[in-house]
Design a protein around this ligand. Structure first.
Ligand code: SF4
Length: 392
């Protein structure tokens, strides 16, 4: 099982064990300049999409035979736009069709501008027991540049209010924002620590194709993202949070003991999950599926009880490469006995051959047959993983 501290006692990626449900809520009040997730800023179809999410949940209830669902995660988009009636109908459908574990972790992503005390009370009265708040920054300049819907005051107040009703709270923070000095980034972390949240997810601002951010940078309206500043901010992040009792358990995730995200840990350990809603991805241990990323097409297909999905079967090399990539980003590392058990001797030899080169460069280290990225290699983990990939 995946325990609260993120340790795993079962590593199976097959149906019939511990699984997760992800529900995508494809609506936002306004578009953040950097975002390339699937969402609509028109809320007109929200009620209909929720009905279709429930229909999809019913249609797919037997997809992972023998599954026990340990976590449910509402992501988006902006799930804090859901009303109590929306949540009730989703939970009713889940609990009458799925085998849910006794104490599941149920997370809802929320934006600060939605978190009035009334809203938080409503969420706390539902089955939700973990909030992931999209703070991004406590500074007006950064929030404006990113076109977030909330202001700096709301960022702080939403956490203070949420703490009255929720113990398990995570916040998201973004670093490497153009114009963000090291001092401002340190101040962001200081405020987060003062507010006493037990979990922080932190990401470098990335410029995705076809986003407003990319266009503004091209037109010279916004300064380009400075990779060197992002690297410094990452170092400040790791040093500050680990000094203050957080464990750096995944490249972008830091938790106090007992507060690691069980849902994300399940993904990183290769557990199966069902992704419900437009653009949601699913994994059953052997294949990946993804739903159409268009709300109208999703509704039309679901009205005919058709799943608007595409599927990709994963080869052994695909699974090995994903295993190496995700494990090197986490504290769990790449276990040599596990590589041999899951993928066979050829893969173990391949891994050892290329790992030796990375060990020489002090980017990888071995502790009790488990390979981890060194402190020197931490910011380069994706590139290091690519050096270890098995190419068919
Ligand atoms: S609120 Fe989240 S999903 Fe919506 S546009 Fe902003 S970053 Fe993207």
């Amino acid at each position: 099982m995946v325990e609260k501290n993120g340790k795993n006692s079962s590593l199976s990626g097959r149906p019939g064990g511990e699984c997760a449900i992800y529900i995508h809520i494809p609506f936002c009040k306004q578009a953040c300049h950097y975002c390339d997730f699937h969402f609509s800023t028109s809320l007109k179809k929200k009620g209909r999409v929720v009905e279709m999410l429930c229909r999809e949940l019913e249609l797919r209830k037997d997809e992972l035979p023998g599954a026990e669902y340990q976590t449910i995660y509402f992501g988006g988009g902006t799930p804090s736009l859901l009303s109590s009636q929306n949540l009730e109908s989703i939970f009713e459908t889940i609990y009458s069709n799925y085998n849910i574990a006794e104490n599941p972790e149920i997370t809802l992503e929320a934006n600060p501008d939605d978190l009035s005390e009334e809203k938080i009370k409503m969420l706390a009265a539902s089955k939700i027991n973990r909030l992931s708040i999209g703070v991004q920054s406590f500074f007006e300049e950064d929030l404006k540049l990113m076109n977030r819907a909330h202001n700096a005051g709301e960022a702080r107040e939403s956490i203070q209010l949420a703490k009255r009703y929720f113990d398990n709270i995570s916040i998201d923070l973004i670093y490497g924002v153009p114009g963000m000095s090291d001092e401002r980034w340190k101040e962001n972390l200081k405020i987060a620590l003062e507010l006493g949240v037990p979990h922080i997810s932190s990401y470098a601002l990335t410029v995705e194709p076809n986003t407003a951010l990319q266009k503004f940078i091209e037109k010279g309206k916004i300064k380009p993202v400075d990779d060197e500043a992002a690297r410094r901010h990452f170092e400040i992040l790791v040093e500050t949070l680990t000094k203050n009792g957080f464990e750096h358990y995944e490249f972008s995730n830091f938790g106090k003991p007992g507060y690691f995200s069980q849902n994300n840990t399940a993904y990183w350990l290769g557990k199966p999950y069902l992704g419900i809603g437009p653009s949601a991805h699913s994994y059953d241990g052997n294949s990946r599926k993804w739903n159409v990323n268009n709300n109208s097409l999703y509704i039309k297909a679901m009205e005919k009880d058709q799943l608007p999905q595409q599927t990709e079967e994963l080869s052994t090399a695909d699974k090995f490469n994903e295993y190496v990539m995700t494990r090197l980003r986490t504290k769990f590392g790449v276990s040599l006995p596990e590589v041999e058990e899951k993928f066979g001797t050829d893969y173990k030899q391949h891994f050892l051959k290329y790992a030796a080169l990375l060990k020489q460069k002090q980017l990888l280290e071995e502790r009790d047959t488990v390979f981890h990225i060194t402190a020197k290699g931490k910011f380069l983990s994706d590139g290091i993983a690519a050096d270890l990939f098995y190419l068919d």
